[in-house]
Design a protein around this ligand. Structure first.
Ligand SMILES: Cc1ncc(C[n+]2csc(CCOP(=O)(O)OP(=O)(O)O)c2C)c(N)n1
Length: 334
């Protein structure tokens, strides 16, 4: 029997069955790539990775609210799900992870997961957290000055919201009513520093009031809720009403990065409890209860996704490395 609750929630969100299935597939793909990236670092085949496990719903559903053909994304390293929705392929992700010459992100020059894809409207990021925020306001200003109807969305964590760049980027966007959405992924941690040691007020979205535009907090484990909130923000930006700060409350199921051991500062009990909140089974159950999927089709989808990732790894592993003679290209003026 279909569960009308699931169908009603879907209808309310403005998404149809096809959208929901696509979102779920992208969430599965992000999880599968993230898991493989972790193993590849453990095998010494890839230099570094930053798992996105626990924030797939927030990344995928938020990017789904954009016009993926024309809008811009300014990502951070954990925004893998958004990269996939924007059109980056598994092969391109793996070319980046292996630092290969054909990597569209940086030709293997930046660290893994330092995204940037000109053709897809993904603005290149740097390692310094928060610096992307004023840059996103700049991209949105350019769209406004050119009279183009594009929206820019910038992703960052709540730790990055402690940087001065956050204030500068939001203040500027507020004053100039720029078409930008600030997407703060609040997973409660900035590496080993909990949010309560960063900010007395844990709800980051409240800060938007100081910049003169709306701030909303949404359950980042629920893709339908994320889509609705971000869709409202995107529509607002596109219609000239200015920015929105959307905070997605998520979880960080894995260590900060492949260079981190989270058991140095978190307990196993805490991690086990968080794992129970995993957004993937929760969304799968909603799709099954709404008769949009069954256990067998879920299993086949998982197998197809795993195969896609395995093939991307083989492809990228065999691809040529950058020519060492080009190592200094773009670093010094000729
Ligand atoms: C300016 C700057 N300071 C410190 C770092 C080291 N660093 C990298 S990621 C990170 C934590 C970021 O936390 P948050 O913004 O909450 O994102 P999360 O990693 O939790 O998704 C830190 C401190 C950095 N890259 N740049």
């Amino acid at each position: 029997m279909p569960d009308n609750g699931g169908i009603d929630r879907l209808r309310e969100s403005g998404l149809d069955a096809n959208d929901a299935q696509r979102i779920y597939r992208h969430m599965l793909l992000a999880r599968a790539i993230s898991g493989k990236n972790w193993l590849l670092t453990r095998q010494g085949r890839v230099l570094f990775s930053m798992p996105c496990d626990g924030q797939e719903a927030a990344d995928v559903a938020s990017a789904y609210a954009l016009d993926t053909q024309t809008d811009f994304i300014v990502p951070y390293a954990r925004s893998l799900g958004a990269m996939l929705v924007k059109g980056m392929t598994s092969q391109e992700v793996m070319l980046n992870m292996f630092g290969k010459a054909a990597d569209p992100n940086s030709g293997g020059r930046q660290m893994p997961q330092h995204w940037g894809h000109k053709k897809l409207g993904i603005i290149s990021m740097g390692s310094s957290v928060g610096t992307t925020i004023p840059r996103a306001s700049g991209v949105a200003l350019a769209s406004k000055l050119r009279g183009e109807n594009d929206v820019t969305m910038v992703y960052f964590g709540e730790g990055s919201a402690s940087e001065g760049d956050f204030h500068e980027g939001l203040a500027f966007a507020g004053v100039h009513r720029l078409p930008v959405v600030f997407l703060c992924n609040n997973n409660g941690w900035a590496t080993s520093v909990p949010v309560e040691l960063q900010s007395v007020e844990r709800q980051i979205s409240k800060r938007a009031q100081g910049y003169g535009f709306p701030g909303v907090t949404v359950d980042g484990l629920d893709p339908l809720a994320v889509y609705q909130a971000v869709r409202t923000a995107v529509n607002r930006a596109r219609s000239g009403e200015g920015p929105t700060l959307v905070e997605t409350n998520t979880i960080r199921m894995m260590p900060h990065s492949s260079s981190d051991d989270h058991l140095r500062y978190r307990t196993q009990e805490d991690l086990d409890a968080e794992r129970e909140l995993d957004p993937l089974p929760r969304f799968r159950d909603l799709l099954i209860s709404a008769s949009l999927m069954d256990k067998e089709s879920d299993q086949s989808l998982r197998e197809a996704v795993d195969q896609e990732v395995e093939e991307a790894i083989s492809y990228a592993d065999a691809a040529p490395s950058p020519d060492t003679a080009t190592a200094l290209d773009g670093v010094y003026a000729p």
